[in-house]
Design a protein around this ligand. Structure first.
Ligand SMILES: Cc1cc2nc3c(=O)[nH]c(=O)nc-3n(C[C@H](O)[C@H](O)[C@H](O)COP(=O)(O)OP(=O)(O)OC[C@H]3O[C@@H](n4cnc5c(N)ncnc54)[C@H](O)[C@@H]3O)c2cc1C
Length: 1491
């Protein structure tokens, strides 16, 4: 109260003091009065601030304020929207009236009964409205009263958090009566920190005890304080309380203190009903019924005109869905229940979400956890990044799945064994108390329908929501939304009609959907927040968002996103801070400021409240003046400091250089960091200095002022900051020591191609092999282009995930030409051993150096692409052992090299599976190309198939095809790849040369020729190893030794070499076949054609559907020709083929081959005509093939061999098998050079057998015995018996042979007995076994090579006990032999010498028994059958038991018991229950059509 005459002062002040909280009497001269009428503060001249609700001028006529409304209210000062009203009273006659009014006004903010309040509200409001009408020049409609301009409502506010407090204040300012329901014990809501958390760490239990706050101990605000606070109550630091946090981004405690100040300031607490929870809100007529529950459990119903919901929305967690999480065994917690990092000590933690809380919490945890991995949905799937500033924090893309072994798999393919998942995945809006009969819903976190996020159209304005939008200036928005709600409730501001509001909501949703934003983003404001806030401000006639505030919030978000670890302590918008505080000053919200940045991080901002009449000017002069006026002086100081710093850097680097040169020392990390920092500082310094001259020009008034104060101020300030920085750097450079014993860098991550497909399995396997406590040595082998380097690269990068376990991971590309020297150099470089100038050390010395360094370290050495053994000792690498824990992994194309490196069981890196190949190809070609025509995908599949899973080919060809968008281009590609793949773009340049390295590495021309020979077979062809070797022998690649066995062994050795070099692949279970990868085959053909220069040198058109012999330009140059597997019917022409050595014509449709054709092939060594089933005749001119060594005419219909054939004296291999029309082979003895002869399927008579005896070089014969007369001569001929490799006994009647006596046939591999009547099979007595009875039979391996036996329709046989002498039998098929009782007869077996030592069928893999009516036993005891894979039994009704027990067949894969009769299996007796259980599960019903 301003001082006035004594009687007035006494009278009025006493009167008011009776009801008011406080009355102050001031002299007109001592009061510094705010000119801003929108605030309630007045300042006394002793510097004290008084927050007054009203001023009563008792100052007489002289100082009267005009104009006055009703002689009481000064219009100029009474703003319609504000409660602050100045009452001016002059005329004594009106004193009584005005005294009542002013008393009531003051009382309104002190203590009053509801009745008086309502009266004062009414009076006040009437006045305000009238004043507003007069005063509202800016926006008359906004300020004009609504239809019922005097509404003063009874309003319930739910929640006393930042939103509820703002709402209550604005409602009361607008004259409503307010009750705030608050279930907590104090104001502040979310900011009331509690160490207590909910019992269910994911807060999924609906019946849990809810803890409201989600604040964690280390939380600091994520907005700068000056823009975070309410507009008219700025959130500025307070130095009147030492416990307060002055930082720009203060801790949560400071926010709570601020809110408490706010509540106290505006007497808000008096409106709060603490510990009272609203449990139900529902409409009651035009009003609202609220049911609340107090802490003592008492429920209470009350009626309110309106309800404002401010219950907060950071309490109900949202949980990320992770596939497989249900079986994942680790812990899970939501950030709502996170308080401190301690529980995560030494754990591997996965944090889902990388926005504010995720980023904060993950950094909080890194201090104690072993590893922290952030999974973020917004990151691209390949994201994998170690975050700066921390050595145990990684950023990933989202989680792909969680597994029950505890691992978490990220979309980027990384796998982490995690202990805990922290879900920082946000919260859900939740209004459990609200009952609007379904009108208001929460769907995917969209609360609706709501007009401008506040009013539900059908329930507006009496129900409203404050604070729903996110990513905005929360407190500021609460304040504006509250003003809007209050003004609408009082009727001062109108809402559109319900329909219009609904239209707006619908349009807003439509826009959201059109922008493809999910519903859960409905309330996200983000970039459009300023527009939204300005829109509401406009509704209530408030000023728009200040320039600095808008800028700060934008910059703040940017910093939060880009520098999430430092944004709270490092910023570059001081000018905005200044602008903000100037603004506060201008509005008299604060009184003066002085800015000090006390620490280097500038994180403290102190305000010192000085009382100053013109605080603003003072501030500017002090703050700016210092920087501007001192600029020249500061620059000199800065230059000097910089010179010192540079000198110090030079000194340090010189010392460091000297020490590091020895290789044994390396600079300490501090020096490294300091060096980098000094360079950065130096750059900044140079930049700053570059504009110094221009800055000087700007100064005026002897340097006291500037033509552009702001720019000069900023420059001067930067100089000052730079000076501090340079001095700081300088002081940081005082090192006690600058180097230490050399340690090594961690893993250098190597970038890999983003489209890696199909290697997950292999990576997992390789990693397990390497890391298991084995030898520590891993060999990866595989053909060129298969992805070995990629796999090793992934292993290298995987080390970075566990970098704490290995001190150094060294990657060395060895390649073909590498020397020990080169490997040493690479290792030395990685471990910091510096070369000593020109005085070169020798290999041994260097090895010693390396050894000395590595033996003390846990290292991993990765050697890529080695071609021969790398002698680790020679290099100086300690051998990896279980004890030292070190690892060595290498890649090579040769399995041999693995062996030489000491890795017995290397891992093969194989080609991709078809679906993986297609996947890789698709990704490389790209969706756009594949989708450009409906036919392209199918053609693309064909092209992909041509690559046969070779990643190199898939990538190169895929890249070539990526730009081909027409069907023609794709068809052409298929054609080229089918007919002459080498012509395909990229093949000759990028694919074949890579593969050719393997060829170049083959030692010797012989091996290379053998390799090239394999390309004569069609694509994907399974080549019989023995046949291949036979070709090689006849071609002369493999030189013949005295014994065939030795020759063959040499051939097999070459096959093995090619297999181990990954140029051939083994096929079939018994690995008796090999195959060539198509792309390798292309490479072989390319080499054979002299890299495409002599395409006709090797003509290979195998399996391409030819109907006739291709036309060639130069037959004379042809060396090899393969036309096998076609449909050629005839050959007539004669060609000069002087160089031709191999001609493959097998598997065609030849009817005739003219004699002319063979005329000019003087060097032909190999001719294969087999399987030309229509070929009936061989021309006599075949005799012209004087060099022929190999001839195969098997499976043809040739009925007579031409006489000319007997001229082929060089022939060593002749195959005449299954020439069903061939009458005789008489004359064969003239082919005296023959070594192998195939005669199976032919009927031989005695004469021919005698001829065979004459072939003295014969080593292998395959033969049929179907005439009793030849049995003895053949089997008794020592000469022939040793040659028999395959024999078929057929049609031998019982009468002619009751007992078949077999001699020792050591080379016999296959034996078949078909439709024979013998009753017994005996083994011929040897010299040492004198007795004829079984019990004297010798146990020598009579049939040591016999692997396949077929017996069918031999009705006289009772047993096959002789099989005891076939120890390597792998396949046994017996059928339709009704008398057979035992496979091995016990009695007979007992008579064998050393019977107890014989365990039959040790190599047996397949046993087929069918239609054996009399069969009772296979063997009398259970047998181990270690190799057995299948037993098939069918129509053997008497066989009641199999020789199996629970240990049988345990050696290999699952033993399958297949049967043809269900009844039989049901009745089968088992050794015991365990056996039954073991085999019944693998029983398969399989009916075979036995005849
Ligand atoms: C971890 C975290 C950090 C944040 N950091 C910032 C920041 O730095 N700056 C910023 O501006 N914002 C920040 N926010 C946003 C913050 O939520 C808002 O700033 C603001 O505090 C929310 O206020 P409110 O009143 O809407 O909700 P709250 O503060 O949650 O208050 C709601 C109140 O309602 C009460 N209540 C709820 N239901 C009932 C009921 N049925 N009956 C009675 N009472 C009830 C509660 O007890 C509580 O007191 C942060 C949020 C989180 C979760």
């Amino acid at each position: 109260m301003r001082k006035s005459s004594r009687w007035k002062r006494h009278y009025i002040s006493k009167d008011i003091a009776a009801m008011a909280k406080e009355v102050r009497v001031a002299s007109i001269f001592s009061l510094w009065q705010s000119t801003d009428t929108s605030h309630d503060r007045f300042y006394e001249d002793d510097g004290k601030v008084v927050y007054a609700e009203a001023i009563v001028h008792c100052t007489g006529r002289v100082t009267c304020i005009r104009p006055l409304y009703k002689h009481v209210f000064p219009l100029k000062l009474a703003q319609g929207s504000h409660l602050s009203v100045y009452i001016y009273k002059t005329v004594g006659g009106y004193m009584e009236v005005s005294r009542n009014v002013e008393s009531m006004l003051i009382f309104c903010h002190a203590k009053a009964t509801a009745h008086i309040k309502q009266m004062e509200n009414a009076i006040l409001y009437n006045q305000k409205v009238s004043l507003s009408v007069i005063n509202s020049t800016t926006n008359p409609t906004k300020m004009a009263p609504a239809c019922s301009p005097t509404n003063s409502l009874h309003v319930a506010v739910i929640g006393a958090g930042a939103a509820g407090l703002a709402a209550a204040r604005e409602l009361r300012r607008e004259s409503h009566s307010v009750i705030i329901f608050e279930r907590g014990t104090q104001v502040g809501g979310l900011w009331v920190y509690t160490p207590q958390t909910e019992p269910d760490p994911l807060s999924l239990d609906p019946n849990r005890t809810v803890v409201h706050s989600s604040v964690y101990d280390s939380l600091r605000t994520n907005l700068p304080r000056e823009c975070m606070g309410y507009r008219d109550f700025p959130f500025v630091p307070r130095n009147d309380d030492a416990s307060r946090d002055p930082r720009r981004y203060p801790s949560h405690r400071e926010v709570l203190a601020y809110l408490q100040n706010f509540a106290r300031e505006f007497n808000l607490e008096e409106m709060v009903r603490f510990e009272t929870e609203v449990v139900c809100v529902e409409p009651e007529g035009q009003k609202w019924k609220i049911q609340s529950k107090s802490s003592d459990g008492i429920f209470k119903d009350e009626i309110f005109d309106s309800v404002v919901v401010c219950n907060g929305h950071y309490t109900e967690p949202r949980i990320a869905h992770v596939p497989g999480i249900d079986s994942w065994p680790g812990k899970q917690i939501h950030s709502h229940n996170y308080r401190v990092p301690d529980p995560f000590k030494d754990e591997v933690v996965v944090v889902i979400g990388n926005f504010a809380s995720g980023s904060d919490i993950s950094r909080d945890i890194t201090g104690v956890a072993k590893e922290v991995h952030i999974a973020s949905r917004s990151n691209p799937s390949e994201t994998y990044q170690k975050l700066l500033g921390s050595n145990n924090l990684w950023l990933h893309s989202m989680i792909e799945s969680a597994r029950k072994d505890g691992s978490i798999i990220f979309q980027n393919g990384k796998v982490v064994q995690a202990d805990t998942i922290v879900h920082c995945t946000g919260y859900k809006y939740h209004f459990p108390f609200l009952n609007t009969n379904g009108y208001i819903t929460v769907e995917d976190n969209c609360v609706g329908p709501l007009y401008k996020h506040v009013f539900p159209p059908a329930l507006a304005p009496t129900l409203s929501f404050i604070g729903l939008p996110w990513m905005t200036l929360q407190f500021f928005m609460f304040e504006l939304q509250s003003k809007w709600v209050a003004a609408v409730l009082s009727g001062r501001v109108m809402l559109p009609s319900e329909d219009k509001m609904m239209e707006d909501v619908t349009a807003f949703y439509a826009k959201r959907d059109a922008n493809k934003l999910p519903k859960r983003y409905t309330h996200k404001l983000g970039e459009c927040q300023v527009d939204y806030l300005n829109w509401i401000a406009d509704q209530v006639g408030a000023p728009p968002v200040e320039h600095w505030r808008a800028k700060e919030v934008h910059g703040g978000y940017l910093r939060l996103a880009t520098q999430s670890d430092t944004f709270r302590d490092k910023w570059d918008d001081d000018h905005l801070i200044l602008e903000a505080y100037e603004d506060f000053l201008r509005q008299k919200l604060i009184y003066s400021i002085d800015l000090f940045f006390l620490d280097a991080k500038k994180s403290y901002l102190f305000l010192s409240p000085l009382l100053c009449r013109d605080g603003r000017l003072f501030l500017c002069l002090v703050a700016m003046g210092r920087y501007i006026h001192n600029l020249p002086e500061n620059i000199v100081a800065l230059q000097h400091a910089m010179a010192m710093l540079t000198a110090k850097l030079d000194d340090v680097l010189r010392t460091v250089g000297r020490e590091e040169f020895t290789g044994r020392q390396q600079r300490i990390s501090q020096v490294q960091v300091w060096h980098a920092n000094v360079l950065t500082t130096k750059n900044k310094f140079d930049d700053l200095l570059s504009t110094y001259e221009a800055e000087l020009q700007r100064l005026c008034l002897c340097g006291f002022c500037s033509k552009d104060l702001k720019l000069s101020y900023l420059y001067g300030k930067n100089v000052s900051i730079m000076l501090t920085e340079v001095e700081k750097r300088s002081s940081q450079g005082d090192f006690d020591m600058v180097v230490e014993a050399a340690t090594f860098g961690e893993v250098d991550e190597i970038p890999i191609h983003p489209t890696i497909i199909g290697q997950e399995r292999m990576l997992e396997k390789a990693w397990t092999l390497l890391m298991d406590d084995g030898s520590g040595m891993l060999g990866l082998y595989g053909m060129g282009g298969v992805g070995k380097t990629t796999l090793l690269t992934q292993i290298n990068n995987k080390f970075s995930e566990i970098s704490d376990r290995f001190e150094v991971v060294i990657w060395v590309v060895v390649s073909k030409s590498a020397t020990v020297r080169k490997i040493q150099r690479d290792i030395a470089q990685k471990v910091g051993l510096v070369e000593m100038g020109s005085g070169e050390k020798d290999e041994n010395q260097r090895a010693l150096d390396i050894y000395n360094v590595l033996r003390r370290r846990k290292f991993a050495l990765l050697l890529d692409d080695i071609w021969e053994k790398v002698d680790l000792k020679a290099v100086g690498v300690p051998y990896p052992t279980r004890d030292n824990g070190c690892k060595v992994a290498f890649t090579t194309r040769s399995r041999d090299v693995c062996g030489r490196m000491g890795v017995d069981d290397p891992m093969e890196v194989s080609c991709l599976q078809p679906d993986e190949s297609w996947d890789l190809f698709q990704r490389t070609v790209g969706e756009n190309t594949l989708g450009s025509h409906p036919d392209i995908p199918e053609l693309a599949r064909k092209v992909a198939r041509k690559c046969r899973g070779l990643p190199l080919a898939l990538s190169v060809i895929g890249e070539t095809m990526a730009c081909k968008r027409t069907v023609h281009e794709w068809c052409h590609a298929v054609d080229v790849l089918t007919s002459s793949a080498t012509e395909f773009s990229g093949m000759e340049d990028e694919i074949l040369p890579v593969l050719k390295y393997s060829y170049d590495n083959l030692s010797g021309e012989m091996v290379r020729s053998c390799f090239l020979y394999c390309s004569l077979f069609p694509e994907d062809y399974h080549i019989d190893k023995e046949r291949l070797v036979e070709y090689w022998i006849c071609e002369g690649f493999v030189s013949e030794k005295e014994s065939r066995e030795r020759t063959l062994n040499q051939g097999y050795e070459i096959v093995g070499t090619l297999v181990r070099a990954c140029l051939l692949m083994e096929e079939r279970k018994d690995k008796s076949y090999v195959k060539m990868h198509d792309v390798v085959r292309e490479m072989a053909l390319w080499i054979s054609s002299d890299f495409g220069n002599q395409k006709e040198r090797c003509v290979v058109r195998a399996g391409v559907g030819l109907r006739e012999v291709p036309k060639l330009k130069e037959w004379a140059t042809v060396r090899k020709m393969s036309l096998m597997n076609n449909g050629i019917e005839e050959i007539f022409d004669s060609h000069e083929c002087g160089d031709l050595t191999t001609l493959f014509l097998q598997r065609n449709a030849f009817v005739k081959i003219s004699g002319e054709f063979f005329r000019c092939m003087p060097h032909l060594a190999v001719l294969d005509l087999s399987e030309n089933h229509s070929l009936e005749e061989l021309p006599e001119e075949i005799s012209e093939l004087g060099s022929l060594r190999y001839l195969d005419v098997s499976y043809t219909c040739v009925n007579q061999l031409p006489v000319g054939l007997w001229e082929l004296k060089k022939l060593i291999h002749l195959n005449l098998e299954h020439m069903i029309r061939l009458g005789s082979v008489s004359g064969i003895s003239s082919l005296w050079n023959l070594r192998t002869l195939g005669l199976r399927g032919l009927v031989l008579d005695m004469r021919q057998v005698n001829e065979l005896e004459l072939l003295e070089h014969l080593q292998v014969v395959t033969i049929d015995i179907s005439s009793p007369s030849v049995v003895k001569p053949l089997l008794w001929s020592h000469r022939l018996v040793v040659c028999i490799r395959e024999v078929d006994f057929k049609y031998l009647e019982e009468e002619s042979m009751r007992v078949l006596t077999l001699p020792t046939i050591v080379n016999l591999r296959r034996l078949s007995i078909k439709r024979c009547g013998m009753r017994e099979i005996e083994i011929e007595k040897t010299a040492s076994s004198s007795s004829s009875s079984w019990n004297k039979i010798h146990t020598a391996p009579y049939f040591s090579n016999l692997s396949k036996v077929f017996i069918t329709k031999c009705h006289g046989l009772k047993d096959l006990t002789w099989l005891l002498f076939a120890p390597n039998l792998a396949f046994l098929q017996v059928s339709f032999s009704g008398q057979l009782e035992d496979i091995i007869n016990q009695e007979k077996a007992a008579s064998v010498e050393n019977a107890a030592t014989i365990v039959p069928f040790r190599r047996l893999e397949t046993l087929h028994l069918s239609a054996l009516r009399g069969l009772e036993r296979i063997y009398w005891n259970a047998l181990p059958f270690p190799c057995l894979k299948v037993i098939h039994v069918e129509k053997c009704w008497k066989l009641r038991k199999l020789p199996l027990d629970s240990n049988s067949g345990a050696g290999g894969k699952e033993l399958v018991l297949s049967y043809g009769d269900r009844e039989w299996i049901e009745k089968l007796e088992w050794e015991d229950q365990a056996t039954r259980v073991r085999f019944l599960t693998s029983c398969r019903w399989h009916w075979r059509a036995t005849q």
